[in-house]
Design a protein. Structure first.
Length: 220
């Protein structure tokens, strides 16, 4: 099984794709042969190849769990239609709408950027049907790129504090571990796609890094 890949030579695959246990949403700029390999590694049922607002950074602009997909309000009508064929879709309100950067979510909870408005926090909770809290990961506010979460585990930035770990484990009800991707990059979410069916990393990720990811997310 392929566990490393790049998109046009770019190993930061989490910026260009997002997944839950059933669906892979991936930039239309990624070749079909590559997106098929990613889908196979994640064992998803559906692949949605699209842009968001004409942009290829699909992972940065979408957040999801099995309930719903939250997407930037910059999405175009044809892009929205493509998502709605396989997902319930909600448009992120307010100015902070790079949903993938500012939301970390699974089927139990969501952690969001601490400057997110009360209206937006309530929206996230209703859209994903989860408890929502605001916090940082390793002091980083863009929590969606500072960690990756599934329904089995969280792998987070290596400088996460003990207090932040305790907070994450309390709301997500899964183990939190630390690691890196792409030969030492601590922003895990930028270089990793994972769900309960599998995972795939940027192709600069080392064997030791992949071993740690597999351990924390319950694949060993």
């Amino acid at each position: 099984m392929i566990r490393q890949i790049s998109f046009g030579g770019n190993p930061f695959i989490g910026v260009f794709a997002r997944c839950n246990d059933d669906v892979l949403i991936i930039s239309q700029a990624v070749p079909v042969s590559v997106s098929d390999k990613v889908a196979s590694a994640l064992s998803v049922k559906h692949v949605i190849r699209t842009f968001i607002g004409g942009s290829p950074v699909v992972g940065a602009l979408t957040a999801c769990n099995s309930k719903s997909v939250i997407v930037s309000s910059t999405i175009l009508p044809d892009e929205l239609k493509a998502l709605q064929e396989h997902c319930d879709v909600e448009l992120m309100p307010g100015k902070m709408n790079a949903a993938g950067n500012i939301i970390l979510a699974n089927d139990r909870a969501a952690l969001v950027h601490p400057a997110m408005s009360r209206e937006a926090v309530d929206f996230v909770g209703e859209a994903l049907d989860v408890e929502v809290r605001s916090d940082t990961i390793a002091g980083i506010r863009t929590v969606g790129m500072a960690a990756a979460v599934t329904n089995k585990g969280i792998i987070a930035h290596r400088q996460i504090s003990p207090e932040e770990i305790e907070h994450l484990e309390d709301i997500f009800k899964v183990q939190v571990g630390t690691g890196t991707v792409n030969y030492g990059v601590p922003q895990i979410g930028s270089g990793l796609l994972a769900n309960c069916g599998g995972y795939i990393c940027g192709d600069d990720t080392t064997g030791a890094e992949m071993g740690r990811i597999a351990e924390v997310l319950g694949f060993v």
